[in-house]
Design a protein around this ligand. Sequence first.
Ligand SMILES: [Zn+2]
Length: 151
Amino acid sequence: MEKQLKVAALCNGTVIDHLPAEKLFTVVSILNLEQCSNQITIGNNLESKRLGTKGIIKISDRFFAEHEINKIALIAPNAKINIIRNYQVVEKHPLQLPDEVRDIIQCPNPNCITNHQAVATRFHVVDEKNALRLRCHYCEREVAREEVKIK
Ligand SMILES: [Zn+2]
């Protein structure tokens, strides 16, 4: 029992908290955590006052790059990312998308140049409020956050 608790506490690493339960495995997949050999603790359908149920991912000795954080922000905008060093939360990342998201999202327009040539996708973040949309820089197709397909 005590051993389990020790595994759950993180010495150094990242905790992604307040994930909607139904988004947990999407986040696991977009961050390629299946390929990650670090110690990972995943909890899902945990009780949460705010969300009803929530998911949480704890990863030892792993710190995410900006483009990975942007992916999380797209899928689960209200998640909280805590950086843990020496058992202390040293940094809380507010999840905020930049004005432009590069090379993360797939353009849904089959005629878009990004689906035919080796061009990295570029999307402008149109509205950061309740109804966030992303507009393709090349073909101007708009995508709602719920429709986003991560590359
Ligand atoms: Zn496009």
